[in-house]
Design a protein around this ligand. Structure first.
Ligand code: AHG
Ligand code: MN
Ligand code: MN
Length: 280
C-alpha cells in the first residue's frame, strides 16, 4: 500500500504543477460519461498512469477518463479506480479541485475496497488516506506530504452540501433538505465533491447529497472512482455513506462507469436521510 500512496504523492505534485501552469483549455474529445475533456483531465490521467506504471503492485487501473480498464502488471495485487481531476470545470474560476483513488483487491467491486486516497488542490495541497484510519497530510515546501492529524467525524455536524438540479429533485428529497436547513444547517457547496466532502470531514460533519433527479435518475457521481472511495473514507472516519436506502459499499457494479445517488455524512444526518427515504 505504501508503494501506491507514494505513487499518488508523486502524481499529485505533478498534477498540482499542471493545474498551476498547464494549458487549461478544452480538448476535442469526450470521455465515457459524455463530458468534454479538458486538456488537464487528459494530462492528469497520463501522469497517474505513468506513476502507477512504476509500481509492481498495481495490476490494473480504471480511470474516469479511459473507456476500459487497463492492465499494467498481471502479477500485481491491486486494482486502482481513479478520477484524475475531479471538479475540473471549476478550474477556469480558480476553485479547488481534486484527485480521487479507490484501491481494490481481486476485483473492482465495493466488497474488495481496501483503501481510499484523495488529494485536494486548493490554496494548499492536501492528501487524505483511509487505510486503517483516516489521516490528513499537507504538501510542504520540499514537495513532501507531511502528516498533520487523524480525521474523525462528530456524531452530528452543521454543514449541508446539497447537489443535483433542484427542479429535478423528488418532493421528499426537497423536504429532507428543507428540514435540515430549517434546523440551522448552513449551505456549503462549491460543485467539487473533493473540497465539499473535505470540508465536511474537517469541520466535524454534516451532509453531502447528490440524489436521483429527473435529469439524472441514477445520480451523477461514479461508483468506482468517486462514490466508493469517499464511502470508504467516511465510514473509516466514523461517518456513514448510503444511496438513500442502503450502504453505498453494498452496491453492485455492472459497468465501470456506473453512477449512483449518494449521501455522505456523519451518523445523525445519514439517519435522517434513511428515515425520510424509507417512507418512499
Ligand atoms: P468531474 O469534474 O470529475 O466530472 O466531476 C464533478 C462532479 C463532482 O465533483 C461534483 O460534486 C459534481 O460533479 C457537481 O455536479 P453539479 O454541477 O451537478 O452540482
Ligand atoms: Mn469527478
Ligand atoms: Mn474527473
Amino acid at each position: 500500500m505504501e508503494e501506491i500512496v507514494d505513487a499518488i504523492s508523486r502524481a499529485a505534485v505533478r498534477i498540482k504543477r499542471a493545474i498551476e501552469f498547464g494549458d487549461t483549455s478544452y480538448s476535442k474529445s469526450l470521455n465515457k460519461t459524455g463530458d468534454t475533456q479538458l486538456k488537464l483531465d487528459i494530462a492528469s490521467d497520463l501522469i497517474i498512469e505513468e506513476e502507477f506504471k512504476k509500481t509492481l503492485c498495481v495490476k490494473a487501473i480504471i480511470s474516469e477518463e479511459k473507456e476500459t480498464a487497463q492492465t499494467l502488471n498481471e502479477d500485481g495485487k491491486y486494482i486502482v479506480g481513479y478520477d484524475p481531476l475531479d471538479g475540473s470545470s471549476l478550474i477556469d474560476v480558480n476553485l479547488a479541485v481534486g484527485s480521487i483513488f479507490a484501491i481494490y483487491e481481486k476485483e473492482a467491486d465495493a466488497k474488495f475496497i481496501t483503501a481510499a486516497v484523495y488529494v485536494v488542490y486548493g490554496p494548499r495541497t492536501e492528501m487524505v488516506t483511509a487505510i486503517d484510519d483516516v489521516k490528513l497530510y499537507r504538501l510542504d515546501e520540499s514537495s513532501n506530504f507531511k502528516e498533520i492529524k487523524n480525521i474523525k467525524l462528530n456524531k452530528k455536524g452543521k454543514l449541508n452540501a446539497s447537489g443535483g438540479t433542484q427542479k429535478g429533485w423528488a418532493d421528499y428529497h426537497k423536504k429532507l433538505i428543507d428540514d435540515i436547513f430549517a434546523d440551522g444547517y448552513r449551505l456549503r457547496y462549491s460543485g467539487g465533491m473533493v473540497p465539499d466532502l473535505h470540508q465536511i470531514l474537517l469541520k466535524g460533519g454534516g451532509l453531502f447529497s447528490y440524489p436521483s433527479t429527473t435529469d439524472a435518475p441514477k445520480g451523477k457521481l461514479r461508483l468506482l472512482f468517486e462514490v466508493f472511495p469517499f464511502a470508504f473514507v467516511f465510514e473509516k472516519a466514523g461517518g456513514k455513506a448510503v444511496d438513500g436506502k442502503k450502504r453505498l459499499l453494498e452496491l453492485e457494479v455492472s459497468h465501470i462507469h456506473d453512477t449512483s445517488p449518494c449521501f455522505f455524512g456523519s451518523g445523525d444526518e445519514i439517519e435522517r436521510v434513511l428515515n425520510e427515504y424509507a417512507k418512499h
